[in-house]
Design a protein around this ligand. Sequence first.
Ligand SMILES: Cc1ncc(COP(=O)(O)O)c(C=O)c1O
Length: 452
Amino acid sequence: MRAPSAIEDQLPKLVTPVPGPRSRRLARLLKRHEAPTVTYVSEKTPIFWERAADANVWDVDGNRFVDLVSAFGVASLGHACPAVTRAVRRQARRLPHAMGDVHPAAQKARLCRRLSELTFARWTGGRQRGQTLLGNSGFEAVEAAIKTARLHTRRRGVIAFEGSYHGLGYGALEATSRREFREPFADQLGRFAAFAPYPRKKFPARDEAEEARQLRFVEERLHALAASGEFGAVLVEPVQGRGGEVVPPPGFLPMLRDFCDRRGMLLLVDEIYCGLWRTGRWFAVEHSGVVPDVICLGKALTGCLPLSACVGKSDVMAAWPESSGEAIHTSTFLGNPLACAAALAALKAFEEVAPALRLMENGADLLAALRAKLDGVRGIRDVRGIGYLFAIEMDADAGVSPADLCDRLLAQGVIAIPSGPKNEALALAPPLVAPRALLEACFARVAAAIRQ
Ligand SMILES: Cc1ncc(COP(=O)(O)O)c(C=O)c1O
């Protein structure tokens, strides 16, 4: 345990106001040459990153920040994880690119085997295998899962959930419930998704009667939708990420599994954000013991390079036709050797370090401490979380919005992001390997900024 003064020394002290002069110059450059929709450029953001290590990020002006969101949940093993960096360097010298679906690199085969071992083989005691479709971005894994369900069930419909975020490619967007993303393209969407309500666990004390009521309500809606016979799959985030770090009641996934089994539908879980130890276990489904039909992974899979995976139970993946020389689902960079080498190294690092991090216990303590610090503060609606995924939800009239709060925190050297369908929550998803004392100190900064 570090002495408090040592932790104080670890907290960032900025050397320029943020954004500093170099970031401002780069922001002007970006505003001119990047499409307007992408980077939010204001008086207060962005800071341009120059380097990063562990939980720390340095900007081009020499300021150090603590990244409390692991760069969108990617840097779970910390930024520039040495084992991953070594693997990428080694691979870059030997073979940075191969011919994914024609003449692949060995790393692709090894990664697919490892993903099988960690998912369906482990969940079923070796009775099942996982088979993988690799992709680049997370949304591609979701779209591969949707295509799998179409082929396996011959039904086009997918039931997704209110508040869901599965990415912005046209297939994933159709299953994403957020209006602001859908509306500009609504007339080009495939209209195969319908949405059911996403239930919420109550914090800090569970209310089992209320949970049962919510689950009944969701189940009724699911059966009403399924009556059309059009739906072949349920697509769900076991913990909603961009929807505001929403944790469902423990009975939710078992109810979905039972519903899918009774209706002959597939259960597709999107663990792009909540998988790979984010909730304290290898995968969030493991909290309930439910075995899905397909699991989608991305983000922390490499911790640094674009790679996603749609891993399906082998008897479900058998719905895909054998390739006869023309893959019906592929892309130029599929199974890129650099990304596969990074993923193999990251999965090994997770295996070696994550169990000893006691993420569920530490996460519960951090959540309790955050909750205690915010107790009685006006405008705080909910403080929730699981493992190392937390949200502070605020009322619209709280006096400060989560987005303003992020600016305020940035000016104190802490990176956080708003979350939720109306950006009503402040999301915290720190690197799993960050020292607990550092996180306590940073969470205290967050609480103090809210109390301000
Ligand atoms: C749960 C979930 N699914 C899918 C995606 C899309 O991933 P990507 O942005 O890598 O396409 C995200 C991104 O935040 C996500 O959180």
